[in-house]
Design a protein around this ligand. Structure first.
Ligand code: DAK
Length: 261
């Protein structure tokens, strides 16, 4: 598929970089962009050589400043629901993606932008990043899973604070409340993303995939069933050549050479 609103690149073999590329409107998400994001994530998912997906926004100012307000302003109820479902489909794709997705938040991550970052497996923020769910200022609720993912990430009290006041928080507060994993200087963001992606790529691919799958699925299960899923996955990893290699390499005091089998 030829993309117009996003860029999908492979800066290194096995590492993908998706850039939302509408800097004039601060990378706001319109319907077309949401569809392209869903298609791009599916494309990465089909590549058995993929090991990690980095996600960022074009320009200096914004990761994504939200859903496209100019497109949403005249929505009736049915159009709004269809738009919300489109966004949910695109963001769910990150969770279903077999490999980890890392958001590199270079500026504003507001509304749908904060929701996009939260759909990734972890978030690295530049010192210039700002996060918020300001939908209440527009008279709507968050529409792409923000009420749910934010609550799961930072807890109910802080999620209510951010969702009901619509206030923006800077990277240091986002780090303190557990919304982001790490804060780096703006000029180091891309390198930090690549460093994380390389680190992921150096691990046992089957183990990384299964870990993501259990963490994702386990959130919707009770503890006993979630731990049972973990036991199944552990059993599966012990049927791989990589498990034999990983443990042999440890005992031989050398780096493991994983093959993904
Ligand atoms: N949509 C469309 N255009 C946007 C935009 C957005 N979200 N954010 C910024 N822009 C555009 C601006 O209109 C402006 O365009 P021009 O005037 O140059 O043509 C350009 O980007 C630069 O923005 P500013 O001139 O405003 O730049 P500033 O530095 O002064 O301010 C800002 C930056 C990020 C603080 C400000 O742009 C801002 O407050 N933006 C809106 C942030 C926001 O409210 N985001 C949340 C959007 S709502 C649902 C489905 C989805 C959603 C909800 C419900 N259902 C179906 C139920 C999702 C909602 C959202 O994400």
């Amino acid at each position: 598929m030829a993309y117009v609103n996003i860029l999908l690149e492979q800066p290194e073999p096995s590492i993908y970089l998706l850039t939302v590329n509408r800097p004039k409107s601060l990378n706001a998400l319109n319907a077309e962009t949401l569809d392209e994001i869903a298609a791009a994530v599916a494309e990465v998912g089909k590549d058995s050589g993929a090991r990690a997906l980095l996600v960022t926004g074009a320009g200096e100012k914004a990761f994504v400043a939200g859903a496209d307000i100019s497109q949403m302003q005249d929505f009736d109820s049915a159009q709004a629901q269809a738009f919300s479902e489109r966004g949910n489909r695109a963001f769910r794709a990150f969770e279903l993606l077999p490999v980890p997705a890392v958001a590199l938040v270079n500026g504003y991550a507001l509304g749908g932008g904060c929701e996009l970052a939260m759909a990734c497996d972890w978030i690295v923020a530049s010192e210039r990043a700002q996060f918020g769910q300001p939908e209440v200022n527009l008279g709507v609720v968050a529409g792409f899973g923000g009420t749910q993912r934010l609550t799961r990430l930072v807890g109910r009290a802080m999620a209510m604070d951010l969702l009901v006041t619509g206030r923006l928080i800077k990277a240091d507060e986002a780090l303190r409340i557990g919304l982001v994993n790490q804060v780096v200087a703006p000029e180091l963001l891309r390198d930090k993303g690549l460093e994380i992606a390389r680190m992921i790529a150096s691990k046992g691919p089957v183990a990384v995939r299964l870990t993501k799958q259990i963490v994702q699925r386990g959130q919707d299960l009770d503890l006993a069933n979630a731990c049972q899923q973990e036991a199944y996955a552990f059993g599966l990893t012990c049927a791989t050549a990589d498990q034999k290699e990983g443990m042999k390499a440890f005992l031989e005091k050398r780096p493991a050479r994983f093959t993904g089998r």
